[in-house]
Design a protein around this ligand. Structure first.
Ligand code: 13P
Length: 249
């Protein structure tokens, strides 16, 4: 049985006070959560949330890390910095980083290497745009994302990675992938992991779905056999919605 994860990616939202309150609201019901919950706030809120979540089962993740270890890179936050805060998770390769900040396969490969070298657990995002889906090239596209930034990793390292399939056309659009579309792509990803690393690792790797997950579609998406939970954007900003999503799995 693979562990199930519900992660909230808060993106560039909330004031500090709002972020702390949201974390406290989500924590208030944690006794009823059966699966791992991860919150990914903006960098400046991580320490406050660590304090708020002291003693809680809820874990924290950063939304990004630099592709360099340290030095004169103004505005960047490195993997060793996050590791020095005992942060467990970091999102790498979100489509918003790939699209708006032009992060290449090569850059993401370096980020993966650094995150793993410093003991962070990466949540590696992949997923196709609408045009690619219309052309039915999503398999080729996602496979390339995996091959270029992930499949150089050792068996030990790949086993620490969580993959998040997030079709770009479903992010923030209210248009989620159907449960069957999600299952098909998750199965495809698992098969690729199996071809590269063997069935044992493929069966254990956690693959999350992201893209317009809401309280009313979460249960069906998460009931698919290869969908191990979700990476939730907009709905993770509302405590009630996020709690319903957590409890739907
Ligand atoms: P939405 O849930 O807002 O579509 O965002 C998904 C996402 O990008 C999570 O990383």
């Amino acid at each position: 049985m693979r562990q199930k994860i519900i992660a909230g990616n808060w993106k560039m939202n909330l004031t500090l006070a709002e972020a702390v309150k949201l974390a406290a609201d989500i924590k208030s019901d944690e006794a009823s959560y059966k699966h791992q919950v991860i919150l990914c706030p903006a960098f400046p809120y991580l320490t406050s949330l660590q304090n708020e979540l002291k003693g809680s089962k809820i874990k924290l993740g950063a939304q990004n890390c630099a592709d360099r270890e340290n030095g004169a890179f103004t505005g960047e936050v490195s993997a060793p910095m996050l590791a020095s805060m005992s942060l467990p998770y970091v999102i790498i390769g979100h489509s918003e980083r790939r699209i708006y900040y032009h992060e290449s396969h090569e850059t993401l490969k370096e980020k993966m290497n650094l995150a793993l070298r410093y003991g962070l657990l990466p949540i590696f995002c992949c997923g196709e745009t609408k045009d690619i889906r219309i052309d039915e090239k999503q398999g080729v596209y996602v496979n390339k994302q995996l091959e270029e930034s992930l499949f150089h990793l050792s068996d030990d390292d790949i086993a620490k990675v969580v993959i998040a399939y997030e079709p770009v056309w479903a992010i923030g659009t209210g248009l989620n992938a159907t449960p069957q579309q999600a299952q098909d792509m998750h199965h495809f990803i698992r098969e690729k992991v199996s071809a590269r690393y063997g069935i044992g690792i493929a069966e254990r790797i956690i693959i999350l779905y992201g893209g317009s997950v809401k309280p009313d579609n979460a249960a069906e998406l998460f009931s698919q056999s290869d969908v191990d939970g979700g990476l939730v954007g907009g709905a993770s900003l509302k405590a009630d919605d996020f709690k319903k999503i957590i409890l739907s799995i």
